[in-house]
Design a protein around this ligand. Structure first.
Ligand code: NAD
Length: 247
């Protein structure tokens, strides 16, 4: 079990990539705080997991005090923090010239960008206090590295996640902390499943093997990145897009 004895905080843990990662981490021996703005669904997820392996934490990642409190709840429940997976996010967008900044820019930035910054800051302080090192994994996107239709705000936030990851690795190395960003392509989660079948088959065709990625396939990589086996992967981006970015 790769994550035996580790304690993780996973944001967006009630659904999709986050929930698959919660399950994988627990299967690998970790204890997990399942943090989500939807506290009810987070608790429902915890209720299906082995007793004592997880706790539900309600958090809005766009509020720093709530993220600090989520870190504290994790430590209260399991005694420490070893890994934070900054994964909570929202998607969507409009053509740039149709934007109302108050609707189409700031809310996205508050969740997908500020939320990751707050997670890195709060977890980084906890890692320093513990003196144990730690791992920060954050969910970017293929759109963090390339332009795409309807992704003006989302792409900006996801690009920031990559920059935060590099800077966090640089600034927190002296405390034994590693930071890695992942860039999923098209993953079959509620964010994507809301679209029409036609659009979903277009999404699948954008990946080299003409299939959408399952959330569990991303979770497998995140578990590896969180483990000591990935100790030399630091301050970088791991593409988990089944070839999307290769062509
Ligand atoms: P999802 O909708 O299944 O999960 C997102 C979770 O985040 C939900 O449980 C939601 O309640 C939670 N959340 C939303 N806003 C929050 C907030 N302010 N505070 C706390 N929790 C909040 O979607 P998913 O596809 O699993 O997305 C997970 C991450 O992966 C997101 O950051 C998303 O941008 C990223 N991503 C997804 C895809 C994809 O194809 N599905 C591709 C690239 C990147």
């Amino acid at each position: 079990m790769r994550l035996a004895g580790k304690v993780a905080l996973i944001t967006g843990g009630a659904s999709g990539i986050g929930l698959a990662t919660v399950k994988k981490f627990i299967a690998e021996g970790a204890k997990v705080a399942v943090a989500d703005i939807d506290a009810t669904r987070a608790q429902e997820a915890v209720d299906t997991l082995p007793e004592g392996s997880a706790v539900a934490v309600g958090v809005n990642v766009s509020v720093f005090e709530e993220v600090e409190a989520a870190v504290q709840s994790t430590v209260d429940a399991f005694g420490k923090l070893d890994v934070i997976f900054n994964n909570a996010g929202i998607a969507g967008g409009k053509p740039l010239l149709d934007h109302d900044p108050a609707v189409d820019y700031h809310p996205m930035i508050r969740v997908d960008q500020d939320g990751v910054y707050y997670g890195i800051l709060a977890a980084g302080r906890q890692f320093k206090k513990q003196g144990t090192g730690g791992v920060i994994i954050s969910t970017s996107s293929i759109y963090g590295e390339q332009a795409a239709e309807l992704a003006f705000s989302y792409g900006a936030a996801k690009a920031a996640v990559i920059s935060f990851t590099r800077s966090a690795a640089y600034e927190l190395a002296e405390y034994g902390v590693r930071a890695v960003a992942i860039t999923p392509g098209r993953v079959g989660t509620p964010i994507i499943n809301q679209f029409s079948d036609e659009l979903k088959s277009l999404f699948a065709s954008e990946q080299l093997r003409n299939k959408m990625t399952e959330p569990e396939e991303i979770a497998n990589v995140v578990a590896f990145l969180a483990s000591d086996e990935a100790n030399v992967i630091n301050g970088t981006v791991v593409h988990v897009d089944d070839g999307y970015s290769a062509f």
